[in-house]
Design a protein around this ligand. Sequence first.
Ligand code: ATP
Ligand code: MG
Length: 585
Amino acid sequence: MKFSNLHLPTLKEAPKDAEIPSHELLVRGGYIRKEAAGVYSYLPLAVRVIRKIEDIIAEEMDAAGAQQVLLPTVQPAERWQESGRWEQYGPELLRFVDRKNTDFCYAPTAEELIVSLVRRDVQSYRQLPVNLYQIQTKFRDELRPRAGLMRGREFIMKDAYSFDVDDEAAGKTYDAMFTAYQRIFERCGLDYRPVEADTGAIGGSRSHEFQVLAETGEDRIVSCPSCGYTANVEKAELKRSTANPALEAQGEASSALVDTPGQKTIEDVASFLKVKKKQVLKAILFDSDKGVVMALIRGDHELNEFKLKSVLDAEWVELKTDGDFGPEGTRLFPGYMGPVGLPTGLPIRVVADDSVRGMADFVCGGNAPDKHYTGVNLGRDLALQETHDLRVAKNSDPCGRCGSKFRFFRGIEVGHVFFLGTKYSAPMNCTYLDQDGQTHPMVMGCYGIGVTRIMAAAIEQNHDQHGIQWPVPLAPYEVAVLALGIDNDELMGHATAIYDSLRKAGVEVVLDDRDVRPGGKFKDADLIGFPYQIVLGQRGLKEGVAEVKCRMSGERSSVSLETVAAHIAEQVQTGRHGISTQENK
Ligand code: ATP
Ligand code: MG
């Protein structure tokens, strides 16, 4: 393609709302334009990148035995009512009515639709397994759409759904999808980690996220350098204390109820009483479908709501911001709550994080306004009924599998695989008959990949101050030939010859034939992120060479005009395979 024919409007200025590099570079590089919060138009270069990601995904899904379908984005509410999610989904689900006043939604995901499709046509064990996927636009009315394509409201997702006869068969499908995902992200040339994840609202029992490592990632991941256990901090298991709760840490101090007027946060209380945050016990009250719970955690730790939820075996937990327990008058005081001197008769379950066992001579809420206890000790002043692993893992925390120290990363979730079991098939009656004529619900898995998010994640991982550094497999064009001097016929002749032979060799190449100063061509090429630049200038021409620049490494070399096309075509061929995470480390 000649640059002069490309619709490629690059910009000098970053958009005002750009928070992260991929957002800025996609807009400045002429890839995307914003139409509404979290809603973007994709320009020609972006479409090329998207197609490449989609092709890699489709090839690997097909190779793993899945088949592509295309489901409607406008979905009848009826299906969602069957699964119960019409009520559960909340405001992220975009709902509307047609002219007959029938309820519809724009699909944020497609479990309901696929179940209704499969149950209609699959009745026998002989027809299983079935594994169907689509690459389709989704809409989620995200509370905070941000960072360009990273968290859009409208975005492209690959979603796959598998149906098997039993857990064992479904487990094998899950493993096959897991392997396909590894191949997909390796072929994209991304440095990623599969991590154990919480199963979240979608439900199910087994789940992995695929995280692209990047400083700007929203997700926090810990990984153990010794045993390799890697998990989202939402899930990461910590080494449990084996200490006998009866032998808990004992301090010297005697306890006292002291005045702490207006001191409600851990920070305030610690500085007011001149103690460290880790000496203050944090008590957090939650409502849940299993009743009211007081969670206790050391003041310097962060409570993990996902772990709390799983300890309680609750569907939901929600911060209880008031201390009211009905009209009878007994109440707790936010900011001054604690497990010592809890009013009797309150229906509260108290659960503590394991690390609370190690606390001695500590401070906790006084269960009266403007009061705290100091010098509190376990055993003497309070008995811990239950302790669990309840906190968010941090750098250097002990790995739950082997006890070595965790290392902390930030990541971008580009893919997610779930073992769903019968969560959807049972309520929606998606069943089959076995050899003996018995009816069973099908056992499902679901597997998502954020296509447009991969585009952003690849840039977060591969950019510098000048622009994008596309991994070859995702680049919109693999090579740019920069002709510096379009009035020089000899130079243009060579540039065109190199461009033609690259095209003949199957390389995707742009010839920058614009009447633009060399500086402008360099800037644009760096910004857009072509993996290779071949620069033809007057000086090189005299010596019979072109300068070649590898955008990723920044390496430059002079290559003769005769061999440069073959040389670059070979590099491109190698680059197309992607780089494995291992090689990338
Ligand atoms: P997140 O925790 O980031 O909201 P999710 O758990 O809601 O993600 P899934 O429902 O598993 O995501 O969707 C599958 C994939 O779709 C995700 O792994 C992610 O790559 C992508 N995705 C999800 N939400 C968005 C979004 N708002 N914008 C772009 N991509 C998204
Ligand atoms: Mg989400």
